[in-house]
Design a protein around this ligand. Structure first.
Ligand SMILES: *Cc1c(COP(=O)(O)O)cnc(C)c1O
Length: 435
C-alpha cells in the first residue's frame, strides 16, 4: 500500500512508514491510501489479532512480526476498548479517554518507522495541550525506548484531574511544563519551535522532532480496529446478524474518530449511517447539512465537552479531497443544557453515567431517531470516562454518584508531583531537556 498527499495533483506516492515519519505532507496535505483494502473475515477474533489484520493491510512495509510486537506492547497494560450494551466504551486506557487507543500504539509504530527509514535518532514528541492529548501522549510515550515527550499546558487552563495526570507522570523520558498563558500561547510556542530550523539543528544529530498530531496516519489507523471489533462483538452476542448494517454515532472534534469509521466502511464493514455529533462548535453539523464547510468568522465556544471545542477539523480533508458521496453521513449538535439534561435522563432511566462528550452523541442520536424513524441497531461511541469530568457530571446528577473510580486515577492526589515547572520561554525549556 502506498500513500499520497491530499493536495498533490500528481498523486506522487510514498511508503506507509515514510508517511508516519513525515506526519503532515510537505505541501500541507494529509497522506491518504491509494486504495482501500478489504477485510471481511474477522468475526470472533480477539482485539490484538484484529488490530494486526487491519494494520497489515495498510502498513505493508512493516513485517507482521513487527506489527504484532507493536500491538502487544501497546495494549499489554490497558486495552482501552470495551463494548457495553449500545455503548462502545473507548475510555479504559491509561488516561480514560479515547485518544489512548491510538496514542498507546503510535510511539511503537513511529520508532519502528524511523528505524525502517534509517533514522537512528530519538523521536522527540512536542505537544501543546488543553488537557486530554497531553496526558495521553505522556502515557503512550513513557518508557518507550528511543522516544521523549515534552508537553506544554496552560497553567490555569486545565482541570485538576488533567493537571495531576500530567504533573505526576513517571518515566525518564517524559517532561511536562505549565506555561504562563492560554492554550493558543502554548500552541503558538510549539509551532515556533517546529518552524525554527536553526533551533532544531542544534539537536539534530541525536533528535528527530515530531508532533504525534491526530492527522498522522499512525494515529488514524489504530482507530479503524475498534469499529471491526465492535461489530464482531455484536454478532457474537447475537445483537445483529452477520452482514446486517449498523449505525455509529461519534462525538466529533478533529474528525479523526469518525473518519476511522469511514475507513472501516470502505473496507467492507456493514455500516448504514455514520452520525457526526458536535457541540455548539457545530461547523461539521453545518457541513453535513449544507455541503459547505465554513469555519471562518465563527465564534469559538467553550463548552462542557472541551475536547470537541474545535473550529478547524483537520482530518476532514481526508474525506473531501475528492468528491465524495456524503449520503453515508448524518449529523446533529447539542448545547450544554441539552448535554446536561441527557446525562441526567440516561442516569435516571438506565443508571448509566455518561461523560459530557458521549452525552452529546446520545442527544444527537435521539434527535436523529425521532427525525428519521431509523431503527437500525445503533452504537454510541463513548470517548471519555465520566470520572474525567467530575464537575459536569456531578452538576447533572448531584454529588457522589461517581463511584468505582478507575485505578488509573484512584490515587492521583496522593502521588508526588514530579513536574512542577511553569515556564514562559518554551525554547529554553526544550533546550534544557535536550541538553
Ligand atoms: C479528542 C476527543 C474527541 C474528538 O475526537 P476527534 O477524533 O478529534 O473527532 C471526542 N471526545 C473526547 C473525550 C476526546 O478526547
Amino acid at each position: 500500500m502506498q500513500y499520497f498527499s491530499t493536495r498533490d495533483p500528481q498523486k506522487k506516492t510514498i511508503s506507509a512508514s515514510e508517511a508516519i515519519v513525515k506526519g503532515l505532507a510537505p505541501d500541507g496535505g494529509l497522506y491518504v491510501p491509494t486504495a482501500f483494502p478489504s477485510l471481511t473475515d474477522f468475526i470472533g477474533k480477539p482485539y490484538n489479532e484484529l488490530a494486526l489484520e487491519v494494520l497489515k493491510r495498510y502498513l505493508t512495509d512493516f513485517s507482521e512480526a513487527e506489527l504484532a510486537t507493536c500491538i502487544e506492547q501497546a495494549y499489554k497494560k490497558y486495552n482501552p476498548v470495551k463494548l457495553n450494551g449500545h455503548y462502545l466504551e473507548l475510555f479504559h486506557g491509561a488516561t480514560l479517554a479515547f485518544k489512548d487507543v491510538a496514542l498507546q500504539l503510535f510511539p511503537y509504530l513511529l520508532t519502528t518507522a524511523l528505524a525502517k527509514n534509517n533514522v537512528d535518532k530519538t523521536a522527540v514528541i512536542l505537544a501543546a495541550t488543553s488537557g486530554d492529548t497531553g496526558s495521553a501522549v505522556l502515557s503512550g510515550i513513557a518508557d518507550v525506548p528511543k522516544t521523549k515527550a515534552i508537553v506544554f499546558y496552560p497553567e490555569n487552563g486545565v482541570s485538576s484531574v488533567q493537571r495531576l495526570q500530567m504533573t505526576t507522570k513517571t518515566g525518564d523520558n517524559v517532561h511536562v511544563f505549565g506555561i504562563k498563558g492560554n492554550f493558543d500561547d502554548a500552541q503558538t510556542g510549539v509551532k515556533e519551535i517546529f518552524s525554527d530550523d536553526t533551533f532544531k539543528n542544534q539537536f539534530s544529530d541525536d533528535y528527530f522532532f515530531t508532533s504525534a498530531n491526530s492527522i498522522n496516519l499512525g494515529r488514524l489507523l489504530p482507530q479503524v480496529v475498534y469499529y471491526f471489533y465492535c461489530y464482531s462483538q455484536l454478532v457474537e452476542q447475537g445483537k445483529v446478524a452477520r452482514d446486517e448494517k449498523v449505525n455509529f454515532v461519534v462525538p466529533t472534534g478533529n474528525f479523526g474518530n469518525i473518519l476511522a469509521g469511514y475507513y472501516a466502511k470502505q473496507m467492507g464493514l456493514p455500516i448504514h449511517k455514520l452520525i457526526c455529533a458536535t457541540n455548539k462548535n457545530d461547523v461539521l453539523d453545518e457541513f453535513f447539512k449544507t455541503g459547505v464547510y465554513n469555519h471562518e468568522g465563527r465564534d469559538f465556544h467553550l463548552t462542557l465537552s472541551p475536547s470537541m471545542d474545535i473550529l478547524i477539523s483537520s482530518n476532514l480533508e481526508r474525506l473531501t479531497y475528492e468528491d465524495r458521496d456524503l449520503s453515508l453521513f448524518d449529523s446533529g449538535s447539542a448545547t450544554d443544557d441539552e448535554t446536561m439534561a441527557t446525562i441526567k435522563a440516561v442516569y435516571e432511566t438506565d443508571g448509566y453515567l455518561l461523560d459530557p462528550h458521549t452525552a452529546v452523541a446520545k442527544y444527537v442520536y435521539d434527535q436523529y431517531r425521532a427525525k428519521t424513524g431509523d431503527e437500525t441497531f445503533t452504537v454510541i461511541v463513548s470517548t471519555a470516562a465520566p470520572h474525567k469530568f467530575p464537575e459536569a457530571v456531578a452538576c447533572a446528577v448531584g454529588e457522589n454518584q461517581l463511584t468505582d473510580v478507575p485505578e488509573q486515577i484512584a490515587d492521583l492526589d496522593q502521588l508526588p508531583v514530579l513536574h512542577p515547572g511553569v515556564v514562559d520561554d518554551l525554547k529554553a525549556a526544550v533546550a534544557g531537556v535536550l541538553g
